[in-house]
Design a protein around this ligand. Structure first.
Ligand code: PMV
Length: 312
């Protein structure tokens, strides 16, 4: 049996504007992972794949799945990339501890875990650059115009400074910092949010381009603050970015409640992370305050919370 996994991710600064060519910062969540296990079956047709994903109550043969089912897509893309057609019948089991549809990259992590397990099982492990490119193909099917930030940070499993179309740039974290994540419990539908921003941009190009430029300003401010370990300034950059995300139209009352709660409980800054409209917010906190802030978020209705150390 060959087992592989891939991490979840957060966007620290710059979501949505990154689709329009502005930079963004993202970091991996090494403790939240999707896992895929591949093993040869004693019986079955050559080239057949039996897929089990208990988290989504899926148990089916590959040929029974709709051609655009994400697991079916990544299995076929990986076979194509490796030019493998007639492999021994295979069992593929996929599990994930990453909350789904909440801005934490669960779909991307599943794609990368699967392509890692399959390529290792067939003796041709893929480099991160190829992993990222294959996972991007799946994103394109489901999100229309993805920037590529999710597949990049998950495939490289390193903090990245990302600009659409540019070579991947890891960025140095001066000293580790602590974030508290809080999930609204509402689904964050990336293609819907990205589509809504696209419509708004089409209707008011000048205004939205100016908003995206201001988002880019918060990314520059935050990047420098991270390099210097200046947490007050990073918090300020996150707050400014959140105001802009509100103006862009992708925040929600539930996100605002959790963000405000974290700030009142002592967070240095807080914002939504990912596509928004639901999903998770992230708060920059003093490490000692993390447990209290998690508790405050839970009291305010967070469906799930977690403390993470970025750059540790
Ligand atoms: O998939 P999510 O929820 O992490 O959102 C991705 C970030 C966006 O900027 C909203 C979309 C993109 O492709 O960059």
């Amino acid at each position: 049996m060959t087992i592989a996994s891939a991490c979840g991710k957060i966007i620290l600064l710059g979501e949505h504007a990154v689709v329009y060519g502005r930079p963004a910062l993202a970091a991996p969540l090494p403790d939240l992972r999707a896992t895929a296990a591949a093993s040869d079956l004693a019986e079955g047709e050559p080239g057949s794949v039996c897929i089990e994903a208990p988290d989504i109550e899926l148990a089916a043969w590959l040929h029974e799945l709709s051609p655009d089912q994400p697991l079916a897509v990544i299995v076929r893309l990986t076979r194509q990339a490796l030019a493998i057609e007639k492999h021994p019948p295979l069992a593929l089991r996929v599990q994930s501890s990453i909350p789904v549809a909440s801005g934490l990259g669960s779909g991307t992590a599943v794609s990368v875990a699967v392509l890692r397990a399959l390529s290792a099982h067939w003796g041709h492990p893929l480099a991160p650059e190829r992993q990222s490119a294959l996972a991007f193909e799946v994103e394109k099917l489901h999100h229309g115009t993805p920037s590529g930030i999710d597949n990049t940070v998950v495939a490289y499993e390193q903090p990245v400074y990302f600009v659409r179309g540019d070579a991947t740039q890891p960025f140095p974290i001066g000293a580790p910092f602590t974030l508290v994540l809080g999930d609204t419990g509402l689904r964050s539908n990336t293609s819907m949010a990205v589509g809504m921003v696209l419509q708004a941009w089409q209707a008011e190009k000048e205004r939205f381009e100016a908003l995206f430029d201001r988002v880019a300003g918060t990314v520059a401010l935050g990047r420098k603050a991270i390099e210097q370990g200046d947490w007050a300034t990073l918090g300020e950059a996150m707050d400014k970015n959140q105001q802009l995300l509100q103006e862009i139209g992708v925040s929600s009352d539930e996100l605002e409640t959790l963000i405000e709660t974290a700030k009142q409980a002592g967070a240095l800054g807080a914002k939504l992370s990912g596509a928004g409209m639901g999903g998770n917010m992230i708060a920059l906190v003093e490490t000692e305050a993390a447990a209290d802030i998690e508790q405050a978020l839970q009291n305010a209705g967070a469906a799930w919370t977690m403390t993470v150390e970025v750059g540790a």
